[in-house]
Design a binder for this molecule. Sequence first.
Ligand code: FAD
Ligand code: MLT
Ligand code: ZN
Length: 521
Amino acid sequence: MLRSLLIGNSKNTTTVFKISPKRFSSQLTADKYAVKRGDFAKLSDEDLSHFHSILNPNQMITDTNDLIAFNQDWMKKYTGQSQLVLKPKTTEQVSKILAYCNERKLAVVPQGGNTGLVGGSVPVFDEIVISTASMNKIRSFDESSGIFKVDAGVILEAADTFLAEKGHIFPLDLGAKGSCFVGGNVATNAGGLRLLRYGSLHGSVLGLEVVLADGTVMDSMHSLRKDNTGYDLKQLFIGSEGSLGIITGVSILCPARPKSVNIAFLGLESYEMVQKCFQTARSDLCEILSAFEFMDHDSQLLAAKSLKTTHPLCQEDETGVDSVPEYPFYVLLETSGSTKEHDDEKLENFLEKVMGDETVVDGTVSQDETQLRTLWTWREGIAEASQQFGGVYKYDVSLPLDSMYSLVEAVQERLKKLNLSSTEDESKPVYEAVGYGHIGDGNLHLNVAVREYNKEVEKALEPFVYEFVSKHHGSISAEHGLGFQKKNYIGYSKSEVEIRMIKDIKHHYDPKGILNPYKYI
Ligand code: FAD
Ligand code: MLT
Ligand code: ZN
């Protein structure tokens, strides 16, 4: 039964999704994964003096306590040993720093908001962290074209808030928006919650300013939608994860902000029904469909335990901080358009159809800002919720829609067979394996919530997950990238020829290998 078909009657209050600090894992990445330090120079007092000649003292961090946040990733899975963080304010400063590091063969790690989920943003040994946090100026916005130019260190949410005032929207949205930087988004080619509507950053980024390993500045901050002169060089840096250069500026096309937004949060009886619902949404909601996300039951249970609020589809008599209705799957569907009456009518017709043929068995619809945000927390909050028991092994894969959820089932079965998984027995390292993701983009997130990071669990999962994905003709990374986690597994998704070409490009632009070593490839 669709209890709240009437728009705007959700009983939930807003839950602000925040990224909170997690337990500090002291095991160093280098030890945990037996990595050998590269043949790089070691930081000397002369190096520090040189950086002092480029930067103010407050742009350099050497204090042990202050370094912790830059040495540890968001999942508390990877821990580096950097003794120096540099926070340049200008492209010229980045250029001088890199020219010097290249000359001296000092390894560096470009870092944005440090929300990356594959260990790419933190050092492995003593690489110098070059943080773009102080490069946070909005450079320009052209209201007629929607072309927006920003420094790489502008926080995604700040960029979008600026655009909202001008009636535009940043063509990317994700759960880490309050912490991640636009430069980091481009460097990871982040996909996010509305790729279905706005496409990939490969399409919306118009130009970049990038500092290469030797300090050369590539200025291609274009304002042109069409430019067919020569290779499209900016594309090389979108998704290059700090391995080819430091992105210092981004020019991006930002569409008009939708005036009417609705969210439907639905309960479904099977994964087949999720697929059917998606097909109907695509054909019947068509141009107003802006997100189609799915979550399995156990991902909602995890979210309930962490959000500590009542699930949107709970009946009055079953409300409680961690009770979730027994539907095996949930869908969060968003429509965005310009005319409220038109969108409401379309959505109501759609809901009547999918309820009528029992594709969907329960649901709620919200429209005001507070309710919309609350519903989104049940999807966006899964990332944080998955590591509430100690840690999480994360996989973000592309798979054909029909075989997508079978990866979650295969992993659940494997963990059970190996006797590693239990929600009750605290002696088992794995708490739960859950699935959710951007079904509209063919992108599954498989999270294995663990009580501790554990070699036995990791061995059970890798390369098992990558082999499964390769066998089903998917990609081992749909959006989070390769980073440290997947650097040895690219062969599951790319051919030998492609890998050789990637290595050639890396070697050409960074012959000494100073940019983000031990990662990517
Ligand atoms: P960082 O984490 O600092 O860096 C990521 C990588 O980019 C590193 O390899 C780093 O070296 C490199 N890098 C950073 N800045 C630069 C630069 N200026 N120049 C060159 N290289 C650079 N990702 C998605 O795709 N979709 C999602 O929906 C999504 N949701 C998320 C939700 C949560 C709660 C979290 C924690 C993460 C999520 N992510 C998602 C992962 C992450 O990729 C994004 O958060 C974001 O794009 C990373 O940006 P950042 O500024 O934090 O980069
Ligand atoms: C998401 O879609 O929520 C992000 O990619 C982060 C995650 O994998 O949980
Ligand atoms: Zn995602």
